[in-house]
Design a protein around this ligand. Structure first.
Ligand code: FBP
Ligand code: MG
Ligand code: MG
Length: 334
């Protein structure tokens, strides 16, 4: 695959076809550059003293890892200098980031989780970056939080990068999903996974089983049936995975199907869920739906939620279409 199409060629072709503009090409190139930097840091780990906690908390009360902060700073700097965005928002920044005065602005907004699954950093398990691209309001020097409050259906593009055995960038610009592997010998992402699609059926689910006693009835019903296997209503055996890195779980589902659930539970009910809408649930929902899957909160489709705040949390159930539809039906039945 060494002669595979480079990300830069892919973007240039899309631009020639009039499907994206020059600022979009610039923005995705900046995202790729930021992720290459993060991949390098994650890869070096404790050789350069980057593992472990930073002993600080983000706005959501979570202890930040050193790499959470470093990844956020690098990503934010690259997108700021690139000049293709009017505003930025991240899991690791309390509020919308105002670009410094004098910096060139572009027509897009970008939200991101710079390092997803960061509890896995110290144990050398796959982590990643998730991003979502929205249109910025025209002619506004510094977009506000309100300008970011667009439902997932308004996303121009979404993607993630996994820092695992290989570094893979998965991107949708609204006409399918393509995956690119970082060729470290030349420092470029190359198209290795064109037109990724999620099988409609699966016999694999992912959920943090330690929360079982806190779940609502529809999810409990679904998982109970999976666990009963050939002895139960489903009449087939299921396999289970839980990496605790959403990027790794979604990537597995894009490659071989499956269902990922971080549903509402009584531990997270007051906060609305565990995962964040604007930079985890919405971008992953766009990717999953573009690959032929479904993505719901339980009762509703995630991408139709009207956001109310930047760090809003939502329950997430996504993956193979027929399984997610079944879980959706269980919620409708109550
Ligand atoms: O530790 P838990 O409760 O199983 O939660 C795991 C989930 O939390 C996350 O790590 C949250 O992401 P962050 O690491 O960006 O906070 C998801 O990637 C993952 O699915
Ligand atoms: Mg995350
Ligand atoms: Mg994170």
């Amino acid at each position: 695959m060494s002669d595979a199409k480079r990300l830069s060629q892919y973007l240039a072709e899309h631009q020639r076809q009039g499907r994206v503009d020059a600022d979009f090409v610039g923005l995705i190139s900046d995202v790729a550059a930021g992720c290459k930097l993060i991949a390098d840091q994650v890869g070096r780990g404790n050789l350069i003293g980057l593992l472990g906690s930073a002993e600080t908390e983000n706005v959501q009360g979570e202890t930040q890892k050193k790499l959470d902060i470093i990844s956020n700073d690098e990503f934010t700097d690259i997108l700021t200098e690139g000049g293709h965005v009017a505003g930025l928002a991240s899991e690791e920044m309390d509020e919308v980031y105002d670009l410094p005065a004098g910096k060139h602005r572009g027509p897009y907004l970008c939200t991101y989780d710079p390092l997803d699954g960061s509890s896995n950093i110290d144990v050398n398990v796959t982590v990643g970056t998730i991003f979502s691209v929205l249109k910025a309001p025209t002619g506004k020097e510094n977009p506000t939080e309100e300008d970011f409050m667009q439902p997932g259906t308004e996303q121009v593009a979404a993607g993630y990068v996994t820092y695992g055995p290989s570094t893979i960038l998965v991107l949708t610009i609204g006409d399918g999903v393509d995956g690119f592997t970082l060729d470290r010998s030349v420092g470029e992402f190359k198209l290795t996974h064109p037109n990724m699609t999620i099988p409609e059926d699966t016999a694999e689910f992912a959920i943090n089983m330690s929360n079982m006693r806190f779940w609502d009835a529809p999810v409990k019903r679904y998982v109970d049936e999976c666990l009963a296997g050939t002895e139960g209503e489903r009449d087939k055996d299921f396999n289970m995975r839980w990496v605790a890195s959403m990027v790794a779980e979604v990537h597995r589902i894009l490659v071989r199907g499956g269902v990922f659930m971080y549903p509402i539970d009584s531990k997270h009910r007051e906060r609305g869920g565990k995962l964040r809408l604007m930079y985890e649930a919405n971008p992953m929902s766009m990717i999953v739906e573009q690959a032929g899957g479904l993505s719901i909160t339980g009762p509703d489709r995630i991408m139709t939620i009207e956001p109310e705040k930047l760090h809003q949390r939502v329950p997430v159930i996504l993956g193979s279409k027929n399984e997610v539809q079944r879980i959706w039906d269980y919620h409708k039945e109550g």
